[in-house]
Design a protein around this ligand. Structure first.
Ligand code: SF4
Length: 360
């Protein structure tokens, strides 16, 4: 490959972040929304929707991003796709620095990244036929001769469980599950490598959810896709994810392989989330617990650890000092004083290399 990478980034820039095999690297991502007050509409404070978020996604991997409503997971996904502009931070896609892309470079890179939206009703243009919706991206990126686009779109409709003749119908003629299949076909139409699945099943009936999740898993294997899978339903995330990151109030508080997170969660917030899910295993009646209190406003996040007003393990240090991210081994990361204090009192402070994120 010679010349320039998408967006005018040089080959050297690409090589920098791509040497470790990650498809996506997000570093210290922040998205702050200014709040204006007074007659002069001066910016007086900021809503910190996403606050110092870092993670990596390997090629062919699914990273689940979970947390309660308003924790910043959707903003994170949309900022990476540049549907929302970041306040600061870096993101590298295939080594290309995403936030430096402009114009044609951004358009070309976007061809490799798609999104499946939560709302299968609002995300499809009611005035366009299904065929128009699915082929729109192909036309925008000048993919395939015109006649081939129809054939390819009809093949995709079949692949996602619809009929070829649905190409000529309108979105209002379909059920919620069928509309989500149209949204998936639209995302696949331009042959992306990476898809942000933004709560793709939360608006669907439970009976349909499993079908769509299984379809997404099959398509991932068939087309070599990588997913950032955003959801608040832990059982859905456990089913489809290779790794899971848990967000609270704009920050990632724990990140681990799926089996480690669900089998040995470390952060009190993750433990509370898991305890709030009823067990479906016969004979294994888990005591269902609910978290006390509401998620605090991101406009005025609590000092110290943002989870401290709701945490059953809260200590004095939690009220004033934000915990840094600590690697507990096997890629299991956690931001909680329970573990930094534990290592400090046993005299085995984590090595500097184990601390992946300093408190902001
Ligand atoms: Fe709870 Fe403190 Fe850990 Fe925060 S740092 S989760 S308040 S124990």
């Amino acid at each position: 490959m010679s010349g320039k990478a998408p967006g005018g980034a040089t080959e050297n820039m690409v090589g920098l972040a791509n040497s470790n095999g990650n498809l996506l690297e997000v570093k210290n991502l922040r998205k702050y929304y200014p709040v204006k007050k007074g007659v002069f509409a001066r910016v007086s404070e900021y809503v910190k929707a996403v606050d110092d978020v870092s993670f990596e996604l390997k090629r062919g991997e699914t990273l689940g991003l979970v947390g309660e409503s308003g924790c910043g997971k959707t903003t994170t996904g949309r900022t990476i796709l540049r549907l929302i502009e970041p306040t600061s931070g870096e993101a590298f896609f295939n080594g290309t620095p995403l936030f430096q892309l402009r114009g044609e470079g951004l358009r070309r890179t976007r061809k490799h990244m798609q999104i499946i939206f939560q709302d299968p009703y609002g995300s499809l243009n009611p005035r366009m036929t299904v065929g128009g919706i699915v082929t729109e991206g192909m036309a925008a990126h000048d993919l395939y001769p015109k006649r081939e686009r129809v054939e390819r779109a009809q093949q995709l409709l079949q692949r996602v469980g619809l009929e070829r003749e649905h190409f000529y119908r309108y979105p209002h003629e379909f059920s919620g599950g069928q509309r989500q299949r149209i949204g998936i076909a639209r995302a696949l139409a331009i042959e992306p490598e990476f898809i942000v699945c933004d709560e793709p099943v939360s608006a669907l009936d439970v009976s349909i959810q499993a079908q769509i999740i299984n379809l997404l898993a099959d398509l991932k294997a068939e087309f070599g896709l990588s997913y950032l899978f955003i959801a608040h339903d832990l059982s859905v995330v456990e089913h489809i994810s290779d790794r899971v990151a848990v967000m609270y109030l704009g920050k990632i508080v724990e990140q681990a392989k799926t089996e480690d997170l669900f089998g040995n969660s470390l952060h009190p917030y993750t433990q509370a989330l898991l305890a709030s899910v009823p067990s479906l295993e016969p004979g294994q009646r888990r005591q269902r617990q609910t978290l006390p209190g509401d998620v605090p406003s991101p406009l005025h996040p609590p000092a110290g650890c943002p989870f401290h007003p709701r945490c059953p393990e809260v200590m004095d240090a939690c009220r004033t000092q934000p915990p840094g991210m600590i690697d507990k081994g096997n890629g299991h990361l956690v931001a909680c004083h329970l573990y930094s204090i534990e290592t400090a009192t046993t005299g085995s402070k984590p090595a500097q290399s184990n601390i992946t994120t300093q408190p902001s």
